[in-house]
Write a protein that binds this ligand. Structure first.
Ligand SMILES: [Zn+2]
Length: 411
């Protein structure tokens, strides 16, 4: 056992910072409203900068305003191990989504500073810009630009509902810095609340996140012949609601046959014409399918297409499927995942391997370098909600795992 294995984070400091950050843009119902690139977002960052500066970190931003607080290591040739997440929130956001990963990372650096421990590799805390995508319509925007998956100029042109652009806000706030995009990172770890009910249901204290579900959004259009609901006998209709019923039934079977990680969500049902006494000409609806494995997701897609075609043709209807969004699954770096698993085991906490159902900045970072995530359970799996809640003890456990995983990766 070396000296660092006995290090502990300061749970009270972490919790008081989480509560202080929640007061920036606080909402009446106990949540936070710090939408990306707003004055409240800037005030939240100012608080983070104050805390990071107090432990001797240097701060820098890149062209899209991603902010990095850096604590040097002993080996100047090593790339940084980066811990982070985001400080922006939904309009009626909670106190922990994103914030926990940033302040958990800062708690790791604060603990090391307090105990005079210097790692070999530099350690950084990242605050990614506009993860939420609520004010400007691109979620994980900062990490997407960083990973060169989105174009900086296109992102700068994105506007909010009042017509204010990302570029104008970056310039106004002075957030556009010269740190290079897509720098080499030794590893990236993101601590986050689960935002779902799995850990709470199983009683695990920590989720070792092995990857992120892929998802695909499809729009299905079924076409029939409009006809009067009274005089037209049932067997003489081309009614798109008939294949719809079969497709919905089959869709749930497609998910059920593929185990606990498959998801299928039909929604946004619209029929034309909007009339109670006319057989619809068209029925259009969305289908969101998800799975952590690309080939299984492709299989779900293919089976859905066959199902729609057969059902439509059986009832004399036309059909069409459009792909609106395709986000491939992410498998995290095995060495980073093992570092998290080992750190969890070392802290004596119960844990399980889990797949994230939501997207995170770690997805884009993982496209450029080794990354993984740590989850802690949240009350009732609730997130994107002002009532989002975790206990102080749960916050401490996750930060402790992050500390030991970071130490093992940074040396
Ligand atoms: Zn988040």
């Amino acid at each position: 056992m070396d000296g660092t294995s006995r290090l502990h984070v300061d749970g009270d400091r972490l919790w008081s910072r989480l509560m202080a950050m929640a007061e920036v843009g606080a909402t009446a119902a106990g949540g936070s409203n710090r939408q990306a690139l707003s004055d409240d977002d800037a005030d939240g960052r100012a608080l983070f900068v104050e805390w990071a500066t107090s432990i001797g970190c240097t701060l820098a931003t890149d062209a899209v305003g991603n902010l990095f607080a850096r604590r040097e290591g002993t080996d100047p040739d090593r790339s940084p191990v980066v811990l982070g997440s985001h400080l922006d929130t939904q309009p009626t956001g909670g106190r922990f989504d994103g914030v926990y990963g940033v302040l958990g990372g800062l708690e790791v650096l604060s603990t090391l500073a307090e105990h005079g421990v210097v790692t070999a590799a530099p350690l950084e805390v990242a605050v990614w810009t506009n993860e939420e995508g609520s004010r400007f319509p691109l979620s994980m925007m900062g990490s997407a630009v960083w990973a060169e998956a989105s174009d900086l100029d296109e992102v700068r042109a994105l506007a909010d509902v009042d017509g204010v652009s990302v570029g104008a806000e970056l310039d106004r706030l002075g957030w556009s810095g010269d740190l290079p995009l897509g720098r080499e990172l030794a590893a990236y770890l993101e601590l986050h609340i689960e935002q779902g009910p799995v850990l709470e249901a199983s009683g695990s204290e920590v989720g070792v996140v092995v990857g992120v579900q892929g998802f695909r959004w499809l729009t299905v259009t079924l076409t029939g012949d409009p006809a009067h609901a009274g005089p037209t006998p049932m067997d003489l209709r081309h009614d798109p609601a008939r294949p719809l019923a079969e497709v919905l039934d089959g869709l749930y079977r497609i998910a059920a046959e593929r185990g606990p990680w498959a998801r299928a969500t039909p929604a946004q049902f619209r029929s034309e014409p909007v009339s109670p006494n006319t057989v619809p000409a068209t029925i259009r609806f969305s289908v969101d399918i998800r799975h952590p494995e690309a080939d299984v997701l492709d299989g779900m897609d293919a089976e859905l297409r066959a199902l729609v075609a057969e059902a439509a043709e059986r009832h004399g209807c036309g059909w069409e499927i459009a792909v609106d969004n395709d986000s491939p699954p992410v498998a995290f770096d095995p060495a980073c995942v093992e570092a998290v698993a080992a750190a969890t085991a070392a802290t004596g906490r119960s844990h399980e391997r889990i797949v994230s159902g939501a997207g995170h900045d770690a997805c884009y970072v993982a496209s450029r370098g080794p990354a993984a995530m740590v989850f802690v359970p949240c009350l009732d799996g609730l997130s994107h909600n002002e009532a989002e809640s975790i206990e102080p003890g749960q916050a401490t456990v996750g930060a402790e795992v992050l500390l030991h995983a970071a130490l093992s990766l940074a040396g």
